[in-house]
Write a protein that binds this ligand. Structure first.
Ligand code: NDP
Length: 311
């Protein structure tokens, strides 16, 4: 297998990966970055980004990521297409296989592989992507001011997103498949006490409809029971909040991860349990999951990597 030795390898091309590449490039570390399955990361699945500082009119998400890529390249980052398919972090230099056909040996490694929102798997989720379907209320909620939206899920994320959306929207339906919420007590109470939120227990979404965007959801009540019933509910926006999956699978044999698979880092730093391996962005962040927080952790990871390599 073709083998190449690098000082610093960055895996992932969301805000964390590109910010790490900008800082590492400016520090003359000649970083090599592999962009992964979705160049530009999760943000490329949304439309306008209005909460990234420095863009008072908002910015097209793809443009923002292209700007970050260009900025990293300008400072000497070697940005390549390719997916990390295997890792051996038990040896030094660390060994990372790309696309099962090339071996990269790296003195330091920044993992910025992100996380993916879980979807229900409905064809209509793809059909209406960016046209009323979203997996991020903080990113897209603003577009639904005074409108009617539905959130799917019964955990803390769903309750948090429903509460947030209720502060903007006219009405929020929370679609919960069980007869109860799984969220923490305080979040449940917040949802139940909010007059704008109506919880639809024992409901599942079967599909969406609408001419030029989401106009409603096909619902089934008490799926599989004798009194199962189907009806349509008019909505303008459909938000998924049924969990995220961090892209940490190939590192799990070496790095400490929590029960959901997020890489555990030391306090507020991006340091993992292996010196020289750093985790930045959503792969290590079950809480904030924002472009700006990911970018900040990418910056920290690059500074840590520089200090590690100088030693
Ligand atoms: P969870 O796994 O806790 O909840 C997922 C929810 O989605 C559940 O209600 C689940 O239903 C539902 N769900 C899953 N798959 C489907 C499906 N196919 N159809 C319909 N519903 C489905 O994920 P969260 O993202 O809410 O939370 C992840 C972790 O992060 C948790 O530990 C949570 O406590 C934590 N968190 C903490 C926050 C805070 O402290 N502020 C904020 C957000 C998250 P069911 O119950 O039937 O399985």
């Amino acid at each position: 297998m073709e083998t190449e030795k690098v000082r610093l390898l960055i895996i992932g091309s969301g805000p964390a990966g590109y910010t790490a590449a900008i800082y590492a490039g400016r520090a003359n570390l000649s970083p090599v970055l592999y962009a992964g399955l979705q160049p530009g990361g999760q943000l490329t699945t949304t439309t306008i980004v209005e909460n990234f500082p420095g863009h008072p009119q908002g910015i097209d998400a793809n443009q923002l990521m292209e700007d970050m890529r260009q900025q990293a390249a300008n400072f000497g980052a070697d940005i390549r297409n390719g997916v990390a398919t295997k890792a051996d972090l038990s040896v030094r230099p660390f060994k990372i296989t790309i696309d099962d056909e090339k071996l990269i040996e790296a003195d330091a490694l920044i993992i910025a592989t992100g996380a993916a929102a879980r979807y229900l798997g409905l064809e209509d989720e793809k059909k209406y992507a960016g046209m009323g379907v979203s997996a991020c209320a903080t990113c897209d909620g603003f577009f639904y001011r005074k409108k009617v939206v539905a959130v799917v899920g019964g955990g803390d994320t769903a309750c948090e997103e429903a509460s947030y959306l209720a502060s903007l929207a006219k009405k929020v339906y929370l679609i919960v498949r069980k007869p109860f919420l799984r969220a923490s007590k305080i979040m449940q109470e917040r949802v139940m006490q909010n007059e704008k939120i109506e919880v639809l227990f024992e409901h599942n979404a079967e599909g969406l409809y609408g001419e030029n965007g989401v106009e409603g959801v096909h619902l089934v009540k008490r799926l599989g029971e004798a009194d199962e019933s189907h009806y349509d509910l008019p909505i303008d926006g459909f938000f998924l909040a049924i969990g995220h999956k961090p892209s940490s699978d190939i590192f799990k044999d070496y790095l400490e991860v929590d029960k959901a698979g997020y890489i555990v880092t030391e306090g507020a730093t991006p340091r993992t349990n292996i010196p020289g391996v750093f985790a930045a962005g959503d792969v290590a962040d079950p809480h904030y999951r924002q472009a700006i927080t990911a970018a900040a952790s990418g910056c920290k990871a690059a500074i840590e990597a520089e200090r590690f390599l100088m030693k």
